[in-house]
Design a protein around this ligand. Structure first.
Ligand SMILES: NC(=O)c1ccc[n+]([C@@H]2O[C@H](COP(=O)([O-])OP(=O)(O)OC[C@H]3O[C@@H](n4cnc5c(N)ncnc54)[C@H](OP(=O)(O)O)[C@@H]3O)[C@@H](O)[C@H]2O)c1
Length: 276
């Protein structure tokens, strides 16, 4: 079973710099990489090029890396589809998954994620068909773990209740104004699901400018992004960072020499109340 990462490097929006930046992230010490077979926002083949180079260098073996990719419905794609849109959904998942393996140059995926349910309320028959197709790759050992992204609490509960194989990961955007997705995080904690948080910086710019945040970062001798990623870890999340800057990559990996107290975690968790 793949080791659960503490922080994940995200590869969205890097276009023709994807390979170069993913390789830099791996060389900076990241062992977990997030991508998607969604050419609109990700360049999965670029991630694969970086992985091939990195694995060939012998710096780490495949089984020390955590590779995560996603199935994305046609509604979330542009015209560069990794499947035949006229095929049944289960077949679309199969085609997308096989194309991911090919792009990434690997023979299994550590975590295979449904990019988001087909509607914003509840789950549809389409979602269950897609999930069942993902479960088949899980049963075959080709997708070691399954996950779901962009879900609300009601959808997550429903999936956990109805799926044969419940998700082991949730990947959600984390708004400080919603107490950093606390209701979903609490459900994940109580049900043994790992919570991955994204947009921890970009979704929370006003809150992160608050004096309480700068003071705490200064007290710890860290930058605000480092403080926030540490907060994420100390409150049970796995943070994602998609930085394009090598210094930031190193800083994002340099968050394991300090911890936040329960009181400090509470201050950050409730920062939007204070910032309001
Ligand atoms: N499941 C989904 O639907 C979904 C949606 C969005 C994102 N994601 C995943 O999450 C990953 C991260 O995306 P994100 O939305 O959190 O945004 P992001 O791409 O990580 O952007 C972070 C922004 O903060 C800046 N920054 C400043 N200091 C930083 C530091 N020390 N460390 C990191 N960033 C710093 C970055 O600038 P510099 O580049 O100059 O550092 C960048 O502009 C994506 O690549 C993707 O894998 C998933």
């Amino acid at each position: 079973m793949a080791k659960i990462p503490q922080i994940i490097y995200g590869t969205a929006w890097k276009e023709d710099r994807t390979a170069e930046l993913t390789l830099k992230a791996l060389e900076s010490g990241f062992t977990a990489i997030d991508t998607a077979n969604q050419r609109k926002h990700y360049f999965e083949e670029g991630v694969g090029n970086a992985l091939v180079q990195f694995l060939r260098s012998g710096a780490r073996p495949r089984d020390e890396l955590f590779i995560q990719t996603k199935f994305t419905y046609q509604a979330g794609q542009d015209d560069r589809l990794p499947y035949d849109p006229n095929a049944p959904l289960a077949e679309q998942v199969r085609q997308s998954f096989h194309s991911s393996l090919e792009h990434l140059g690997v023979d299994y995926i550590d975590s295979y994620v449904l990019h988001g349910p087909s509607t914003s309320v509840g789950l549809t028959d389409a979602d269950m068909e897609v999930w069942a197709a993902m479960e088949a790759f899980h049963s075959a050992g080709k997708a070691r773990m399954l996950g779901v992204s962009n879900v609300n609490l009601q959808q997550l509960k429903l999936l956990c209740r109805t799926a044969h194989t419940p998700p082991e990961f949730v990947q959600n955007r984390c708004f400080a104004s919603m107490f950093w997705d606390k209701n979903v995080r609490d459900f994940c904690r109580d049900n043994g699901i790992y919570y991955q948080g994204f947009s921890l910086l970009t979704a929370n710019m006003p809150e992160l400018r608050s004096p309480a945040i700068s003071a705490l970062a200064q007290e710890k001798g860290k930058t605000v992004p480092q403080l926030i990623f540490r907060f994420a870890i100390d409150s049970g999340m796995i943070p994602l960072t998609g930085t394009t800057d090598e210094t930031h990559m190193r800083q994002d990996m340099d968050i394991f020499d300090f911890e936040l107290s329960p009181q400090e975690i509470e201050v950050i968790e409730n920062i939007s109340v204070k910032a309001a």
